[in-house]
Design a protein around this ligand. Structure first.
Ligand code: SF4
Length: 351
């Protein structure tokens, strides 16, 4: 039986930037070893959760996120659509379930949902849950009341990324600020919905910004249950896509990406660390290193909203090569919360 070092089992929310920077600086072999120890203390090391992401309302977004092809400020050629019909969304969810997905994530290109959209959104959440799938939505900023409505509908997760470190934020987005992001995350947390929040690396930020990104999430009162780590997918016509086309050297180094995953795993031991956009351009070896570093969730299917994704066939081949299997066990933070809810609703353990 392997011994679990005590530090791998401890959940902390008092990480300092210096401690996080020191993790980034470790020799890669040491960093991966520590991340793998932490991973094994809380998760089945051979299991990876499969999620499917559907864009239920594409393009025409008033926000100016520099990486996003769906921003109305970008010249990416993405056509704006209306919110999909409930029936069409449920059909896609049923297909995802048949393909083995446990979770159905739905994204709408909005600054925030309008109150008139909420009844349809609620119907979608209820319909997908009735199929026995977990639900996740990303709809932009939420008011406390909207978060409550989604919680009542049974939404399992809400995604709202902090994107990067606080100091680099206004280089990426100018139509909202970092505090806006944190406010929505607080509304989601207060409503009882599980929090999904991560970011994108390779946007021209420095390592210090990546330290700041992990620091923000790892020092929240409770860690996000899910932490997506994306590599920028450069899209022509977006400010950051064009920047990468002009300066290809700015592309994130694969090893630095792996380091970011490993540091996120060490700092947020129980969270699901989700390997998200950018995977289709990674080699199998890089993806294998990410799984070694503690990533334990991926998006399946050929598309991530509007960006290309690895595709089900190549994922099945990768899993066979690496001896990985779709996740069967329960997510540790959710199991813990369910237990706290059953035993003592007022005492969800603080981390
Ligand atoms: S990332 Fe979201 S909020 Fe930003 S422009 Fe794209 S759709 Fe809008």
């Amino acid at each position: 039986m392997s011994m679990t070092p005590p530090e791998a089992a401890i959940i902390r929310t008092d990480w300092t930037r210096e401690e996080i920077a020191a993790l980034f600086d470790l020799p890669l072999t040491e960093l991966l070893f520590r991340a793998a120890q932490t991973h094994r203390a809380h998760h089945a090391a051979d299991e990876v959760q499969l999620c499917t992401l559907l864009s239920i309302k594409t393009g025409g977004c008033p926000e100016d996120c520099g990486y996003c092809s769906q921003s109305a400020h970008a010249d990416s050629g993405v056509e704006a659509t209306k919110l999909m019909d409930v029936r069409a969304v449920l059909q896609s969810a049923a297909q995802a379930k048949d393909a083995g997905s446990q979770r159905f994530c739905m994204g709408a290109a909005w600054r925030n949902p309008k109150d008139r959209d909420m009844p349809k959104i609620v119907e979608i959440v209820q319909g997908v849950r009735a199929m026995g799938m977990e639900t996740c939505m990303t709809l932009g900023m939420l008011s406390p009341e909207q978060a409550e409505q989604l919680a009542e509908a049974g939404l399992d997760y809400y995604n709202h990324n902090v994107d990067t470190g606080p100091e680099y934020y206004d280089r990426v987005i100018t139509t909202r600020n970092y505090q806006d992001r944190l406010d929505t995350l607080a509304h989601v947390r207060n409503s009882g919905i599980n929090v999904c929040s991560g970011g994108i690396v390779g946007m021209g930020e420095t390592r210090a910004d990546r330290v700041g990104f992990v620091h923000t999430l790892a020092t929240l009162e409770r860690h996000p249950e899910s932490v997506p780590v994306n590599a920028l997918v450069p899209v022509k016509g977006t400010p950051l896509g064009d920047m990468l086309a002009d300066t290809p050297m700015a592309k994130i180094d694969d090893i630095e990406f792996v380091r970011t995953v490993a540091v996120a795993r060490i700092c947020m031991p129980k969270s699901m660390v989700r390997l998200s956009a950018g995977r289709e351009s990674m080699s199998d070896a890089t993806q294998a290193l990410c799984f070694m570093a503690g990533a334990n969730s991926i998006f399946t299917g050929d598309k991530l909203l509007t960006a290309p994704n690895a595709g089900d066939d190549s994922d099945a081949a990768l899993f066979a090569r690496l001896g990985l299997k779709p996740m069967e066990s329960e997510e540790p933070m959710r199991a813990e919360k369910a237990c706290a809810g059953a035993c003592a609703p007022e005492s969800i353990p603080a981390e």
